[in-house]
Ligand binder design. Structure first.
Ligand code: SF4
Ligand code: SF4
Length: 83
């Protein structure tokens, strides 16, 4: 059971990324979220990254399954953190 499965099992929202190297800001998670619980926020350089609004999140995990960027990184052995 990885970290995010445990989060959802405990009733907590998932973690979309733990550092910016694990997110390209593609907004696929934002687009797929059925509860509109994800907003794309600009960092200090103007690049957009997703943030989950915890109160709106229904813990469906669709945002995790749609994230092709992490799947690609994992397949190439670049990502060693659970997603
Ligand atoms: S789908 Fe993945 S790579 Fe794309 S914005 Fe969401 S967390 Fe980042
Ligand atoms: S777990 Fe579901 S409701 Fe929560 S942010 Fe992800 S897609 Fe949206």
């Amino acid at each position: 059971m990885n970290e995010n499965r445990e989060n959802i099992f405990r009733g907590e929202p998932p973690v979309l990324f733990d550092n910016k190297e694990n997110c390209c800001g593609c907004s696929a998670c934002y687009a797929v979220c059925p509860a509109r619980a994800i907003v794309m926020e600009a960092d200090e350089e103007g690049f957009l990254y997703p943030e989950i609004i915890e109160e709106k999140c229904i813990r469906c995990a669709r945002c995790l399954s749609v994230c092709a960027f992490k799947a690609d990184q994992r397949a190439k052995g670049f990502l060693h953190t659970p997603a």
